[in-house]
Write a protein that binds this ligand. Structure first.
Ligand SMILES: Nc1ncnc2c1ncn2[C@@H]1O[C@H](COP(=O)(O)OP(=O)(O)OP(=O)(O)O)[C@@H](O)[C@H]1O
Ligand SMILES: [Mg+2]
Length: 384
């Protein structure tokens, strides 16, 4: 049976069997040194920029190399929990599940559970805690471990503070462990900054220590024009359908290489506008038409960004970029914190980490012409 033809991916992380993909692991800056030193590091990049695709590829590559164990654990399913202790139990459950999916990293399936049971059976122990789980696991492994925690910033405020303080403890006891433990914190937000923001909002900055054990903060770059060409060339090789050079340039212009948008424009033209007529070449005019279609539908990523434009902290950063005038969609009343003045830098970081703005030649600009169109349409005002 011939393999299923590949497609441009619009939903969720990429699968190399099913989707056209740029080599994901290559998008990640070199992390070997960080792992060798048992460092903690952050990878943050905007929504739909390829974080999960990239780190899943990293986990696979590290395990295949065999020098260290690598574990992927998404905290997405803990996002609704607001109680700190309850969240700790849910996160331990997610770690158990991740371990199971990773075939227990060479451990006998029951041995960790047994060790934890023994630990909790001794008097004066509290409930499930990430730091205990990590301590017990690391004591049983036959080589170092790197854990990639995805969607960390989806945790509610108290659970996030509790999770980070557990990791801080794990960092402090590293020298007692036989092997290195490296931790990667992945999300849209830069996690240490997010923690400071929470401490600031809760007026706890005097009481709690900032999470300052991160060695490096990494991010993912958008696709360059050459990378967009190389992604689209995979479709040409599979179907024979040609992207005119000017069409690829047009797609790069509209998207500035934002990964989901790059895929979405190509998919819209080849599948929806041309209806899989792969003999028809893809022209710049068709790319423009695809942009209009994405705007008419505003599904997926664009809808998500539109919802963020209603937030007062985003509006505080975006409105100065617009020509003066009345705003069509002021923030809804419940998105304003009455009597509370946010720190301007937090708002700026937030819009930046969402990927809505970029800094070009020391100037703050909207990240790409598609977002610019979304913003001008939403506020009913042009950009300066
Ligand atoms: N290596 C790649 N090559 C081509 N396109 C990619 C690649 N990685 C990601 N993409 C595009 O980005 C989209 C989002 O990928 P992914 O889910 O990995 O991103 P994410 O940053 O984890 O998203 P979220 O913020 O929603 O968790 C994919 O649907 C695909 O369109
Ligand atoms: Mg993701």
């Amino acid at each position: 049976m011939s393999p299923k033809p590949k497609k441009f991916n619009l939903v969720g992380p990429g699968d190399p069997e099913a989707h056209y993909l740029l080599p994901p692991f290559k998008r990640l800056p070199d992390i070997q040194d960080l792992i060798n030193h048992g460092d903690y590091f952050v990878l943050h990049a905007p929504r739909q920029s390829g974080k999960t695709t990239t780190i899943k590829a990293a986990v696979e590559a590290i395990n295949a190399k065999g020098e260290y164990w690598a574990l992927y654990c998404s905290l997405e399913d803990a996002r609704m929990v607001t109680d700190r202790d309850e969240a700790m139990g849910v996160i331990v459950g997610l770690l158990d599940k991740a371990l199971k999916e990773a075939n227990h990293l060479g451990l006998e399936a029951t041995s960790l559970a047994e060790a934890l049971r023994r630990y909790y059976a001794t008097p004066f122990r509290d409930g499930p805690d990430v730091k205990i789980w990590l301590k017990v696991l690391c004591g049983k492994l036959d080589k170092g471990l790197v854990i990639f925690f995805d969607a960390v910033d989806r945790l509610a405020e108290d659970p996030l503070l509790g999770f980070l303080s557990s990791l801080r403890y794990g960092h402090a006891i590293r020298s007692h462990s036989p092997f290195q433990l490296s931790i990667a914190l992945i999300g849209e937000r830069n996690i240490p900054k997010r923690q400071l923001e929470i401490l600031f909002e809760k007026r706890l900055l005097d009481h709690a220590a900032p999470f300052n054990i991160v060695t490096e903060v990494l991010t993912l770059a958008n696709f360059t024009l050459e990378e967009v060409k190389s992604l689209y060339a995979q479709h040409t090789a599979a179907t024979g359908q040609v992207f005119e050079d000017a069409a690829t340039q047009r797609a790069h212009y509209w998207t500035d290489g934002q990964p989901w948008l790059v895929n979405a424009l190509a998919h819209e033209v080849s599948e929806n506008i041309l209806g899989q007529d792969y003999k028809a070449p893809i022209t710049p005019g068709l790319i423009d038409q695809a942009v209009d279609n994405l705007f008419d539908r505003k599904d997926g990523h664009l809808d998500y960004l539109k919802s963020r434009l209603g937030e007062s902290r985003v509006q505080r950063i975006i409105t100065p970029l617009l020509t003066p005038g009345k705003t069509k969609n002021p923030p809804s009343a419940n998105s304003i914190d009455p009597g509370f003045v946010h720190h301007y830098c937090h708002d700026y970081d937030y819009s930046f980490e969402l990927g809505l703005i970029k800094v070009e030649l020391h100037r703050t600009e909207v990240a790409n012409p598609i977002y610019a169109r979304l913003i001008t349409e939403y506020f009913g005002r042009d950009l300066k």
